[in-house]
Design a protein around this ligand. Structure first.
Ligand code: SF4
Length: 272
């Protein structure tokens, strides 16, 4: 029984409804991509470090935060569903992260991402939300990585997402991504006053310089477009038909789709 939708779930369905079904309905357990785990560890590193800055509390250097987060993330995955290493090794990934967090320009940018404190005095990191979307039977959920203080007293808060990537983002990607648009809409639904610019900080593992800041401009038209797309995904799920995606992109290869084998083991059964 589906309990909620997230942006990654929506994107997965848009890429390939069959992949979505194998993951979210059949719940096939597969090893987690090493790149995904790298991103998880990097998020935890930044969030721990900047939370310490917000509270004026010593939580170790960025490198110490990276070592802790990396080991915790990969130990847990190795003991759980396993890791799909691809071309990486544990050491190569650790080294990439170490290079990133010890690069002066990167460290300087991270130190500027000090989150706001909420009414309980807690840093606003990894903020969970759950909101109902008109026309969709389950809530949309997500986590906002960082919520930064207003630029001026009394102004709107600023929403930030951290990304790790192996190349720079293409022009227009931030504006096209559903995450910033839907997260901004969701936080407003919950009564938060936030800017109509959503920032992605993209940390390039292969170019350890300052991360690029990619801005998504949140307009009423874009919100309407993404809410409609979400409703269309929901309609597709309700219909219970999960064909392979019609446009087989980079995600539909044996190296990129964790469900490749299960997908291709499907027999041609005219009753299905
Ligand atoms: S292998 Fe391709 S068609 Fe099959 S589930 Fe994965 S993305 Fe979809």
């Amino acid at each position: 029984m589906l309990k909620h939708l997230s942006v990654s779930s929506i994107t997965s369905w848009q890429q390939c409804p069959r992949k979505w079904r194998l993951h979210y309905i059949d719940q096939l357990i597969t090893p987690t991509s090493a790149n995904l785990l790298f991103g998880t560890a990097f998020h935890a590193t930044v969030e721990t470090y900047v939370s310490g800055l917000a509270l004026d509390e010593e939580r170790g250097t960025l490198l110490e935060c990276w070592e802790n987060a990396f080991n915790e993330t990969f130990d847990k995955a190795e003991q759980g569903s396993g890791v799909a290493w691809g071309n990486e090794t544990r050491q190569s990934l650790f080294n990439d992260g170490r290079t990133l967090v010890t690069t002066t320009a990167t460290a300087r940018t991270i130190a500027e991402l000090v989150p706001a404190l909420d009414v309980h005095g807690r840093p606003m990191v990894e903020r969970y939300f759950e909101v109902m979307v008109p026309g969709v039977g389950v809530p949309l959920i997500g986590y906002v990585d960082l919520i930064l203080p207003p630029r001026e007293s009394g102004g709107p808060l600023r929403l930030v997402d951290l990304k790790t990537a192996s190349r720079n983002w293409a022009a227009g990607k931030a504006d096209a991504s559903p995450q910033g648009i839907l997260y901004t809409w969701a936080m407003r639904q919950l009564g938060m006053t936030v800017e109509d610019e959503f920032s992605y900080y993209v940390f390039n593992r292969n170019k350890p310089t300052a991360p690029s800041q990619e801005i998504a401009r949140v307009t009423p038209e874009r919100i309407a477009w993404h809410l409609r797309a979400l409703r269309e995904v929901w309609t597709g799920i309700r219909a219970g038909v999960f064909p392979p995606g019609s446009d087989m992109g980079w995600w539909c290869t044996s190296g990129m789709c964790e469900h490749w084998e299960a997908c291709h083991a499907v027999a041609d059964d005219p009753t299905q």
